[in-house]
Design a protein around this ligand. Structure first.
Ligand SMILES: NC(=O)c1ccc[n+]([C@@H]2O[C@H](COP(=O)([O-])OP(=O)(O)OC[C@H]3O[C@@H](n4cnc5c(N)ncnc54)[C@H](OP(=O)(O)O)[C@@H]3O)[C@@H](O)[C@H]2O)c1
Length: 262
């Protein structure tokens, strides 16, 4: 029989994983489950369920992609059937211990993907319970590679450090785009031009970074001519201690991530 993964929750993330698995792990059957039939039919999936119990019944792997606040109610009636499943949770803030209690399973993976998983350029950090064997870990790796890159973390607390970096990272990138566009408007560009300036500059730079073998620091140095325009801007950021401001912002987010753990 084909290996089966039940994906519970066909929202932003569940859909990204559904597409990744469908494209890259086509040996695996996907049981896609959501409360909303419209979300399922919109995806043109082969095996769709609105009842999670039916979705997990013949699966060996369960990917939990619902909001953390929906998890306990979802898992309470399912737990007797989940003991021997590999449980993979991408839910923020729910610990492996809690997941073990809620599911009764011993093979439990807690992961933090990020939004670029939707375009198969996600970065997922993950860590597994001691009861997760090598074969299961290899599957987890393949699953995350189907939506981008993955990093296996040494322990769960590294997830709290990773979340403000890669999980929240897209927001910093969008903020930079917003700031570039806002300044462009102040300088007299139209809104349309300002958006084009911000988007193309950042997207183009990301593509360059993707293609160039140099590290980010070397890339930054290479585009900063001595006594030039770029250097004037970077010096101003340096004088304002931008590096410290950014590091403090991440520290605050790490502390918030720790507070939200259940
Ligand atoms: N979005 C991100 O960038 C991101 C990044 C990393 C991790 N995560 C984590 O990924 C998880 C999913 O996030 P998301 O943004 O994909 O959420 P989402 O878009 O709200 O998707 C969750 C889906 O699951 C459905 N659902 C809720 N309870 C269900 C149940 N009992 N049975 C079947 N379906 C159920 C929801 O339906 P209703 O809307 O009707 O409730 C919704 O369609 C969250 O736990 C989040 O912490 C998200």
């Amino acid at each position: 029989m084909k290996e089966t993964i039940a994906i519970i929750g066909a929202g932003n993330m569940g859909t990204a994983f559904y597409k990744g698995v469908r494209e890259h792990l086509n040996r695996v059957r996907i049981n896609l489950c959501d409360k909303n039939m419209e979300k399922l039919t919109a995806l043109d999936a082969e095996h769709i369920y609105t009842d999670p119990a039916k979705a997990v019944a013949e699966a060996s792997v369960v990917l939990l992609a619902v909001k953390p606040q929906s998890a306990q109610a979802l898992l309470a009636p399912l737990s007797p059937a989940l003991k021997h499943h590999l449980i993979i949770s991408i839910m923020a803030g729910i610990s492996i211990t809690t997941l073990e209690q809620w599911t009764g399973a011993t093979a439990v993976v807690r992961a933090m993907p990020n939004l670029p998983a939707q375009v198969a350029r996600g970065l997922t950090g993950w860590t597994a319970s001691a009861g997760t064997d090598d074969k299961e870990r290899a599957f987890v790796k393949e699953l995350f590679l189907s939506v981008g890159q993955e990093i296996e973390l040494e322990n769960e607390s590294m997830l709290d450090s990773l979340t403000p970096l890669s999980g929240s990272g897209p927001a910093y990138f969008f903020l930079l785009a917003e700031l570039i566009a806002a300044k462009a408007i102040k300088e007299g560009f139209t809104e349309k031009q300002a958006n084009l300036i911000a988007r193309e500059t950042l997207i183009g730079s990301a593509l360059l970074l993707d293609e160039d073998p140099r590290g980010v620091r070397d890339m930054r140095i290479a585009v900063t001519s001595k006594a030039g325009v770029t250097e004037a801007a970077l010096r101003s950021l340096n004088d304002a201690k931008f590096e410290n401001i950014f590091a403090e912002a991440i520290d605050r987010a790490i502390a918030r991530s720790r507070e939200l753990n259940a």
